[in-house]
Write a protein that binds this ligand. Structure first.
Ligand code: BGC
Length: 370
């Protein structure tokens, strides 16, 4: 099958920008519909064990779905994915104050996913392409100096490529003109039963991590790297997400379920000057009911797993049904939350003129399970 990319209008965002939807038909059969509105994954059809295709991501029919609720479903996240404590950090002797709009009960507030209007909430320039067996879209965006309180203008390029092997690859590139923190991710939520299929607690997840980051009440890592052995965070051998998600564990209580960062085993040493360039296996998600599988491979040292514990249930998703508690799971590859305030951890500061690069592959397949 020759891959193709078609484009159609997707509506107007609350910022008055016109969004588009690109339908990428991969040579291997997977089909993705992605928007230039923050790179949102609106639909993603993958085969089950019998070859039946289903849309397996949670999202909305139009920009209004994102504009009227949690804006992050399926988006590109930046400038800083995840949390920065109190929205504060110092760099080069300057104290920066960012909007600290996100707060878990008991926390002091934090900057989440880039602030009030993160990179997810812009219509990016988009160039569809077909190259041999690959098809995809190159998204570009310019974030001005001082955007959401961050220093430096950043020129960003994110490429989505769908291969003939049903791999969706995300390549991130960003060049700032001043030293600035950059930590990008993709916030797609999977539900292999379809977005109206209820909770993802029956999905089996594997995470290649011996350690995770416990948090304070505001979901900011305490600084400890805790061994997962004997905890509900031990997914090394694969475990149903629901197996221990309601266990009486202080971390699970803070997150209302999984909303934590795992330090991948590939990230040894986990030190301020460590660099990670090779793609390595991070996580796997499989649905025993239909055999759908995704493997996540990344250049990043960590993965934040979020089981949609804070989903807003008065919102209707694409099929017209209300979002439900734990209706999706996001596997967000990234550097650790609050790294700008944790100088001992792998740095997220990109020097002026340097190129930030990151890549993640979502490898889709199906298997017969017992
Ligand atoms: C965070 C959650 C947050 C969600 C918003 C996740 O990456 O870890 O705490 O509620 O994003 O969509």
């Amino acid at each position: 099958m020759k891959p193709t990319v078609d484009v159609r209008e997707f509506g107007t965002t609350k910022y008055g920008e016109t969004a588009h939807l690109f339908a990428i038909h991969g040579a291997g059969g997977v089909v993705m519909e992605v928007s230039d509105y923050g790179g949102k994954i609106v639909r993603l059809f993958t085969p089950d064990k019998d070859g039946n295709m289903k849309d397996v991501v949670v999202g909305f029919d139009s920009p209004a779905g994102w504009d009227n609720g949690d804006p992050y479903w399926g988006c590109i996240i930046g400038r800083y994915g995840n949390r920065i404590a109190a929205g504060r950090f110092s760099l080069g002797g300057v104290d920066y104050r960012l909007p600290a709009l996100n707060n878990a009960p008991g926390g002091i507030g934090c900057n989440l996913h880039g602030g009030a209007r993160g990179w997810n909430a812009y219509v990016w320039k988009a160039e569809p392409f077909v190259r041999g067996d690959d098809a995809g879209v190159v998204f570009t965006h310019v974030s001005p100096d001082g955007d959401e309180g961050f220093p430096g203008k950043v020129e960003i390029e994110v490429t989505y490529t769908l291969t003939k092997d049903n791999v969706w690859r995300v390549d991130y590139k960003a060049v700032p003109d001043k030293d600035t923190p950059i930590n990008m991710t993709q916030h797609v939520y999977f539900n292999f039963k379809g977005e109206s299929g209820g909770t993802i607690e029956d999905h089996v997840m594997t995470i290649a991590a011996d350690r995770y980051l416990p948090t304070d009440a505001g979901q900011i890592p305490t600084g400890e790297l805790r061994d997962v052995s004997g905890t509900p965070f031990d997914f090394r051998a694969g475990m149903r997400i629901g197996e221990k998600i309601n266990a009486p564990d202080p971390d699970l209580e803070i997150g209302k379920g999984y909303d934590h960062c795992w330090v991948l085993n590939r990230s040894e040493p986990f030190k301020s000057d460590s660099r990670y360039e090779e793609l390595k296996f991070a996580a796997r998600l499989a649905c025993p009911l239909n055999g759908r599988v995704v493997e996540v491979w990344t250049t990043e040292p960590c993965v934040q797993v979020y089981t949609a514990n804070w989903a807003s249930y008065d919102q209707k998703a694409k099929g017209g049904e209300h979002l439900s508690f734990r209706c999706g799971v996001a596997l967000e590859t990234q550097h650790a939350p609050d790294s700008p305030n944790k100088p001992e951890w792998p740095t997220t500061i990109v020097p002026a003129g340097a190129t930030y690069r990151s890549a993640t592959e979502f490898r889709f397949s199906a298997e017969r399970m017992v």
